[in-house]
Design a protein around this ligand. Structure first.
Ligand code: ZN
Length: 291
């Protein structure tokens, strides 16, 4: 196991930055293509439409850049020190069934709060861990999951916008009048953007589903298992963190008291500590004994 861990760490050390570099080059290529090819070839004649089109493109580019940067450089969050007393930690270590709100991480030798998982690649405990993403060379957890989803969302919007602009070139019989060489470039951009839009679109839909149901990718599989066990026993299992789609959404994007649409420009770090989470009212009634 130690050899595998060492391999993971080495791969992460030498290839992690390469992935970020590659993703940055791709994003830079999209920016360049917009100004060098898409804009000159698809600019509307109406000056107002032209300004709106450029401003919209700039907003999308800025949002993609900010959310990608924050996904990479905002840490997912680790359990803070001083969470529990030394005596309680000792109890956890010696007796894993000790009735505590924390679990014990055998690798970090520390208390794991609820929703925290140990990540094998970074070899640390991650608050509300979702997954490790090589493209951002970072774990997606409590503090950066929001930025990760915003990044995917804006990437989808950007690709969709590029598809709309370049579709006439792809669909040549629509009367598009660009030169044949630029037409080929626009066709290539259209196909590339459709591909990215479909691939990332599935990922965005999946993560929005997790947000609305207040689960992480890891918890989704855990909850599915618990639901099956409960069903076999004739019981009903509830996800204790699922407060309803509206509250789940507000909790994730930190848009409490604001309109939902504010998640589009809210790039603040999520509120809360990643250690304590509100639960449904009948929390205790709905717990099933899985031991
Ligand atoms: Zn750990």
């Amino acid at each position: 196991m130690q050899v595998i861990q060492l391999g993971f760490n080495l791969a992460r050390k030498y290839f992690g930055i390469t992935f970020i570099f590659f993703a940055t080059i791709l994003i830079g290529f999209v920016y360049y293509t917009y100004f060098a090819t898409i804009l000159p070839e698809t600019a509307p004649n109406n000056p107002i439409l032209l300004i709106i089109s450029i401003l919209f493109a700039l907003w999308i580019m800025w949002a993609i850049g900010v959310t990608f940067f924050k996904s990479c450089y905002v840490g997912p969050g680790h359990p803070p020190s001083g969470l529990i007393s030394r005596e309680e930690l000792q109890e956890l270590r010696e007796n894993p069934n000790y009735d505590s709100q924390f679990r014990y991480c055998k690798k970090c030798h520390y208390a794991k709060p609820e929703r925290t998982h140990h990540d094998a690649i970074t070899n640390t405990c991650i608050l509300k861990m979702d997954h490790y993403c090589p493209w951002i060379n970072n774990c997606v957890g409590y503090y950066n999951h929001k930025f990760f989803l915003q990044f995917l969302f804006y990437l989808c919007v950007g690709c969709l916008y590029a598809c709309i602009l370049t579709y006439p070139a792809y669909h040549a019989e629509s009367g598009y009048s660009a030169t044949s060489s630029s037409n080929e470039t626009l066709e290539f951009i259209f196909i590339l953007c459709v591909t990215i839009f479909i691939a990332v679109g599935f990922l965005v839909s999946w993560h929005f589903y997790l947000v609305f149901t207040n689960q992480t990718s890891i918890e989704f599989y855990e909850n599915r298992y618990y639901k099956k066990v409960a069903q076999e026993r004739g019981e009903v299992y509830y996800n204790v963190y699922d407060l309803g789609y509206k509250k789940n959404f507000e909790q994730f994007f930190g848009t409490e008291g604001h309109h939902w649409i504010s998640f589009l420009w809210n790039f603040d770090i999520p509120k809360g500590d990643g250690v304590h989470f509100p639960k449904i009212d009948n929390y205790f009634k709905n717990q099933i004994n899985l031991v």
